[in-house]
Design a protein around this ligand. Structure first.
Ligand code: ADP
Ligand code: MG
Length: 253
């Protein structure tokens, strides 16, 4: 099977800041890749380039075999229109640190909004699918609640269900538990663990090293816009080769 994600030597600048300095990685279908690293190392920027919230300044990204942002015809590349980019972006679901639910909509309405308005899927069918997703994240009884009535952990589980309702081929998580009270982290990680077990391809930026050790196929350590180290969790977390990785892990634990 071809890789689900390929990043080839990608670069990203913000003015004079070189935020990604030639990052390359491949993620296989069904793989869970965890990205760790200090604040400002480029982890979010990398996710945002993979799902085209940012464009790359150099290198290229492929998702499920499609070159992000371009169409290839013979030897020529044509930039995609905004509409075509929007279609490509549907391949990945993203979950952020902040839950970003629509505050004025019920849980059910939050989940069916994208599929019904963007994907034009029939509402009755989406309600049924949303209920299945709500059961999967353990919140079927909250279908008519508003986000403000839910805990942070429950809101984040709804955010995951909402992303899954779009039937993404891969899921990107950007520190999904960092904004949660410590006692709510476990319930979100449990949903993510189930999702991984179901075969979803996942890229997870996290400081939860226990989760990375248990669930990740590989762990990437980033620092200052580069991948410093990448390998199985027992190697990167258990016996890191690089001093920078060791120092980071010691600081997070
Ligand atoms: P991380 O997620 O690892 O904390 P980021 O990818 O958010 O790091 O940021 C990498 C670097 O790029 C940081 O120095 C950050 O301040 C900078 N940066 C990120 N997004 C922007 C932006 N939109 N404009 C300017 N600088 C940015
Ligand atoms: Mg970040």
């Amino acid at each position: 099977m071809p890789p689900m994600v390929v990043a080839a030597e990608i670069h990203k600048h913000f003015g004079s800041l070189h935020a990604l300095q030639g990052v390359s990685l491949e993620v296989e279908p069904g793989e869970v890749l965890c990205i760790i690293g200090p604040s400002g190392s480029g982890k979010s920027t990398l996710l945002r380039c993979i799902n085209q919230l940012e464009s790359v300044d150099g290198g290229a990204v492929w998702v499920d075999g499609e070159l992000a942002g371009f169409r290839q015809e013979g030897d020529s590349l044509y930039a995609l229109t905004d509409r075509e980019v929007a279609r490509q972006r549907l391949a990945s679901g993203m979950v952020f640190q902040r839950f970003n639910l629509f505050a004025h909509m019920t849980v059910l309405a939050n989940i069916i909004e994208g599929p019904v308005t963007v994907q034009k899927r029939p509402k009755a069918q989406m309600v049924a699918e949303a209920m299945t997703l709500l059961q999967r994240v353990g919140l079927a009884d909250k279908r008519d609640a508003y986000p403000a009535e839910l805990s942070g952990g429950q809101q984040q589980r709804i955010a995951i269900a909402r992303a899954l309702a779009m039937k993404p081929k891969l899921m990107l998580f950007d520190e999904p538990t960092s904004a949660l009270d410590p006692e709510l982290v476990g319930e979100v990680l449990a949903v993510m663990r189930d999702l991984a077990a179901s075969g979803m391809t996942m890229i997870v930026v996290t400081h939860e090293l226990g989760f990375a050790r248990e669930v990740a196929g590989r762990v990437v350590f980033m620092d200052r816009g580069r991948i410093v180290e990448m390998g199985p969790p027992q190697q990167v977390l258990g016996s890191p080769r690089e001093a920078r990785t060791r120092d980071f892990i010691a600081a997070v634990l």
